[in-house]
Design a protein around this ligand. Structure first.
Ligand SMILES: [Zn+2]
Ligand SMILES: [Zn+2]
Length: 261
């Protein structure tokens, strides 16, 4: 029904055009989608940011139309502890419908790089990612939902191939969730973990805890970078959200709409 985390070739790591992605979404039976392209900063590697230009972004999306499909325009902002100014400059420069705040770089490395895992146990690798997440959600205000809270586990270089379990980091996770609730921010259920670690990012337990702490804004996204995964497992994710929240959100002009499930 919805996919609010999709990349096209506007992102550095996708080669699929926006029109191909949108047509795949219609064929997958989706009703409303949002493109959320990467805008990432690499710590200590300032000359290698993964930015798009607004000229390219406009060219890809502003004329894009597929009858029967609602298409929103968003961004997946890579949060670091030092890039708040960069993030806010972008969202002030373009009227995005939706901003996902995501952590991809911790201590200078993406968990997708093998160096991230050097010298770390699984516990420390997961904990360090969550520590930095807490730091960033305290610093940043200009995002709508926190993307893939447990992204760290889905890396192909993760030697352990296990989800991040709530109970293993309960206090740290609660601090993150409370900060999101306090700021009026939401969470996403990201389906890209199913084929990597056998669970959503984050798990239903994390989302249940978010609800218990007062969180109500929640979106669903496949995080697809090609036409094969558009909307993948989003039906299963909506079943999870139905049980916990009774609704799922979409966004337009940075404002959530609640859809009863
Ligand atoms: Zn991401
Ligand atoms: Zn993504």
């Amino acid at each position: 029904m919805f996919d609010f985390h999709m990349h096209s070739s506007i992102s550095f790591d996708s080669e699929t055009s926006s029109i191909d992605m949108a047509q795949a979404a219609l064929q997958a039976g989706l009703r409303e989608i949002c493109f959320t392209d990467h805008y990432d900063c690499h710590w200590e590697k300032e000359d290698t940011h993964d930015f798009f230009t607004l000229d390219d972004y406009r060219a890809a999306y502003e004329g894009l139309s597929v009858p029967g499909l609602i298409i929103r325009r968003g961004v997946e902002m890579g949060l670091t502890h030092w890039n708040r100014g960069i993030a806010e400059a972008l969202t002030h420069a373009y009227p995005f419908d939706f901003v996902i705040g995501s952590l991809h770089y911790v201590d200078g490395y993406d968990p997708y790089e093998p160096q991230y895992w050097d010298g770390k146990t699984m516990h420390r690798a997961y904990e360090r990612y969550l520590e930095e997440t807490l730091r960033c959600v305290r610093i940043h205000d200009d995002f709508d939902v926190l993307g893939h809270l447990t992204y760290v586990c889905k890396s192909p270089h993760n030697p352990y191939h296990l989800p991040v379990f709530y109970e293993d980091f309960a206090d740290l996770t609660d601090d993150i969730l409370r900060e999101l609730v306090k700021k009026g921010k939401g969470m996403e259920i990201n389906t890209s973990g199913i084929d990597r670690v056998g669970d959503f990012l984050p798990t239903a337990r994390h989302l249940q805890r978010f609800y218990e702490l007062g969180g109500r804004i929640v979106t669903v996204g496949s995080d697809t970078h090609n036409t094969n995964r558009v909307g993948q497992y989003t039906d299963r994710a909506l079943d999870v959200l139905k049980d916990i929240f009774g609704h799922v959100c979409t966004f337009a002009q940075r404002t959530p709409t609640f859809h009863r499930l």
